[in-house]
Design a protein around this ligand. Structure first.
Ligand SMILES: N[C@@H](CCC(=O)N[C@@H](CSC=O)C(=O)NCC(=O)O)C(=O)O
Length: 285
């Protein structure tokens, strides 16, 4: 049976449309919300899709409201999809106690440890259930998907893209948590969602996956990082990527930029152009 989509709001935007929806997610056994930007319609044309995974404390609204991405997506003919960052109101004890854990902090993993495993299946939701739903209900091209994210969502974008090279043709990230199994945010989340066996964490660690897939995957990756980001040394570990010498990876440093959406807004146009270049190239191939 096709999933019912409940429209929560809709706004005209740059000749296209921003909409926000709620639906029941089978993977999370919970209602989930997402925002979508649909570019101006072009006949029967199906559009490439860029998924944006937001960071800690964000919702499905944050990117659509703060990043200023719609002007670029309208020009490039891209659909943008921004899911919420976790299931909410699941009834799990303590889910709302911390800003960096539980609600708003799903870390884009499939939890294996109780009680989180009952609902926190964000990896499957983002990589399987949501794309299937988007392709069913919107003029999206299933073979032209890119994925982008910020901070916790930057980790999510790198991990989803690296684990599923067949599903995502381009990957980009702003200030990603590059090695969550060695950062306090990631360690707190992974210990609860995946259990204490740290070998399991490696499957969701972008740095480990970059090393593991070097030479076997060619998905292009763009990462932007501000040098004035207060989380750079403690949480993000972006400098560790510099040693990789990975041909897939473009890592750009920006003097004076911090961790905020002002940083994202400054470079989102270049990220979407990067995705459009690779996704449109695929359509022609
Ligand atoms: N509340 C925290 C800061 C939370 C924060 O900075 N969240 C970032 C993502 S951090 C990594 O995933 C964010 O995107 N916030 C939303 C926004 O609108 O800026 C604190 O007080 O330190």
């Amino acid at each position: 049976m096709a999933t019912a989509l409940e429209l929560l709001e809709a706004h005209a935007c740059f000749g296209g449309l921003v909409q926000r929806y709620q639906h029941y997610a089978e993977s999370c056994h919970a209602p989930m919300r997402f925002s979508i930007f649909l570019p101006p319609p072009g006949g029967d044309q199906r559009h490439p899709v860029v998924y944006f995974l937001a960071g800690l404390t964000c919702t499905e609204e944050t990117f659509m409201i703060k990043a200023g991405a719609q002007r670029y997506a309208a020009e490039l003919g891209l659909i943008l999809v921004a899911p919420d960052t976790s299931p909410r109101q699941t009834g799990i004890s303590g889910e709302d106690d911390d800003w960096d854990f539980g609600s708003g902090a799903g870390f884009y993993v499939d939890a294996t440890a109780a009680p989180w495993s009952a609902h926190y299946q964000m990896h499957r939701y983002v990589t399987e259930e949501l794309p299937a739903l988007i392709h069913r209900h919107f003029p999206a091209s299933p073979r032209q998907q890119g994925i982008c994210g910020h901070s916790m969502g930057g980790h999510g974008a790198l991990v989803c893209g690296l684990l599923h090279p067949d599903r995502y043709r381009s990957i980009s990230a702003f200030a990603p948590v590059c090695a969550p199994s060695r950062s306090p945010w990631g360690q707190k989340a992974f210990a609860a969602y995946l259990g204490s066996d740290q070998r399991r964490w490696q499957g969701y660690d972008a740095l480990a996956l970059l090393q593991e897939t070097a030479g076997t995957s060619s998905t292009p990756i763009l990462i932007d990082q501000g040098r004035a980001d207060p989380f750079l040394e403690g949480e993000l570990k972006t400098r560790w990527l510099e040693g990789l010498k990975d041909d897939r990876l473009i890592l750009r440093w920006h003097e004076g930029y911090d961790h905020s959406y002002f940083f994202i807004a400054s470079f989102i146009g270049e990220h979407l152009a990067f995705h459009a270049r690779h996704l449109h190239a695929r359509s022609a191939a």
